[in-house]
Design a binder for this molecule. Sequence first.
Ligand SMILES: [Zn+2]
Length: 926
Amino acid sequence: MNAFDLGKFEQETQEQWTHAFESNPSNLEKCYLTVAYPYPSGAMHVGHGRTYIVPDVIARFWRMRGKQVLYPMAFHVTGAPVIGISKRIANNDPKTIHLYRDLYKVPQNVLDEFTDPLTIVRHFAGEYQRVMTACGISIDWRRRFTTVDPTYSKFIEWQWKHLYDAGHVIKGAHPVRYCTVDDNPVGDHDLLEGDKAEVIKFTLIMFRYGDAFIPTATLRPETIYGVTNLWANPGVTYVRALVDGSAWIISQEAAEKLALQDHIVKVQEEIAGQDLIDKTVSHPLCGKVPILPADFVDPDMASGLVMSVPAHAPFDYIALRDLQRAGKYTQIKPVPLIKVKGYGEIPAQDAVEKAGITDQMDSRMDTLTQEIYSAEFAEGKLFDRYGGKPVRVAREDIAALMIEMYASKIMYEFDTRPVICRCGNKVKVKILHDQWFLKYSDPAWKKQVSEHLGNMALVPPEVRLEFDRTVDWLKDWACTRRVGLGTRFPWDTTQLIEPLSDSTIYMAYYTIAHKIREINARLLTPEVFDYIFLGKESPDLPEKKKLEDMRDEFLYWYPYNYRFSAKDLISNHLTFQLFHHVTIFPKDKLPQGMVVFGMGLLNGAKMSSSKGNVFLLEDAVSDFGADTVRMFLMGSAEPWQDFDWRNELVISTKKQIERFFNTVLESKDADGEPHDIDRWLISRLQSHIERTTEALTNFQTRQALQEAYFGIETDLKWYRRRLAENSDGSRELHILCSAWIRLLAPFIPFTGEHLWKELAGEGLVSFAPWPIANKKLVNTRIELAEELISRTVEDIESIRKLIQMTPKSITISVAPAWKHEIFLLIAKSNERNTVVKEIMKDDAMRKRGKEATDAAKQCTTLIHRLPPHVVEPLTREPINEIAVFEAAKKFLEKEFGVPVHITDAESSEHAKAATALPFKPAIFIE
Ligand SMILES: [Zn+2]
């Protein structure tokens, strides 16, 4: 009749929650929590689940603690990705169709409409709300908006006016990641692969080849003096191209890239790589050198040809050695040019031979290259005949000389590859002119952010370093795009504000989102927002009453208390939002804290929608129940740790909830008289309440569950064991159940609401008062007595396993008073090693001689082994062990099914009685 049925609990609860979490300003203290809003272009997986459930657990916790909690949600639909998706669906791209139809389970008739990008985001925004609601996430949905709402665009225009007025929006030329298929710069969110790749500036060294140049790209122009040859790939077809009017031999890919970087490129003819091999090139700084064959030369890296410096580059050294071992080019010798401490005359040869590297494929080659590069940069000096300058100086000088005297050019390229756009195209580096930037490189702006960061609560604390680093290295950010959805850029309306730049202060917009939509967007001038957010009066403000109401709402909720997000957003969004906040808002409205999450794994592998390695949140909820999903996600790791979803572990979580459910139903109506064991149960409950509260205050969801679930469950098991025969427990169990349901309600709110009704609790458990630990109910004496009994029971059990006989009786022999004295002296002493000497100064102890020193040693060991929560109260309140065991005699006899004798070790004639110690009696089984 009252069976455990999570689906049923969810259904009956949802009806009661419809408007329950809509939150308005009140006279309560506020708590405003926000999460990075989702980009709804696909279905939610269990990784997303954790992102929204952690703040929900925290929101529910503070709500029960009596705060006015706001947890809003909106949808970020700005940008180009969804346009790419709709194009691919329109083109019947099989991979995309498979993802949306089979993995995300979009019905065919809906999928047919996905040729319109807005339909995609609208569809999935609806899905997100539906699935978040199914998960029991306590959101105020009245405040939902999307980033293409006209009122939101007005808000963004206002934000940008302030950024512009502060001098943070600038125009210039800049190398950016670019997709030639989308004809658009590529943001972090638009990448399938290569999000760590940085744009690097190479110097092209121009080698003369007949009437043409062969350019090779390098980060180390000073090594020109050590060039022994060039490398060309005989399997590649190169081109001869006119670059700004002069003839270059480069790869086809390089020709395309150079055209994006301010060069006029005209391809004239193809040249087989094979035809370049063994030809000669020359450069004024190294003379004539041959072109040698090398398969490792990648036509998609810079110019597609490479200069070789075998004395200082391990790759070049090995490649040359391989050829020479085959008997070719044996006349070529490495030409060293840099002296560096710790390496021989030819550093690359030295390093390769020391490491015992046999060929180019060795996985240590990259590390070795990096080591030499760093050592030479930090401490290397050019030979005197090349000027004798330190490498770090020579590098700059020679690069400048190359450009001035020897026709060198700059080429931008990524440091790692591949870099792939969401559309599947390889991303290239393009120099954009008239590009708008946010000037994150501005030291004064950085300083403002750093100062504010210092005042913020960051969880976990170790992410502070990463934030500091990000603020340090942030460069100017291309903030507009030509293609996509979003707000038009006010100073060039052919452009749009890109997604990471229109999502930085929307936490303030939530506070008014449900009210501002009542005002026509055309009326929303910057003055309107200046009034709402900054309190600046101006004449002729429209709808003044509504604006005042919104101003009150903003003043009540802002600043937000905590922002939650995955850790991969530290390097962009989480830091950007601080830059924008410090520019626009006064000091008392700046963000107060951030909580950064770890990543989600599925069966040990990183979750990734594009790779199909995801488990949909909705499937998880229907397979296991929302409470199970929540408890698993909160219990398997702390929020900042990575978690690993494994179905078999999730099933055991569901069984735990069922055990909790059944235990509450069995216990809630007990009506026996309370005994010591009930006082013990309630005493223990106080510390579980205290520790759960502390853990949730610190966002430790896992620790909180350990206390609130496992801590109490273990106590109840012992409690039931200790009950007299035929007893179902006392009426105190009702109190325990009431607290237990409330402690777990933030984690498993559906089961919580159902049981709260069973207990005849008032209203919704979601708003019931959080239990408060009552110190008066803590009974140390009883807790110690039970600890002593349970430890002794464990000892008896392990002895019984060791001896191969059927016991006839058990004797428990407790330590004499003088051992208690020693125990106390040692436990209270700060100098546990010298205290023994002190004890032996006492006449009575000295008379006992070796017996006393042995006891002191044993007590020292025992004290180290016992947990502090036992030792510390024992020093304050020693217990009468004989009385404790006498009182538990019936229980012990029931447990072990034989007579139990309690004796004082000193009066016992048993040889083992001498081993009795305080809190560890001697045990004889006969
Ligand atoms: Zn693309």
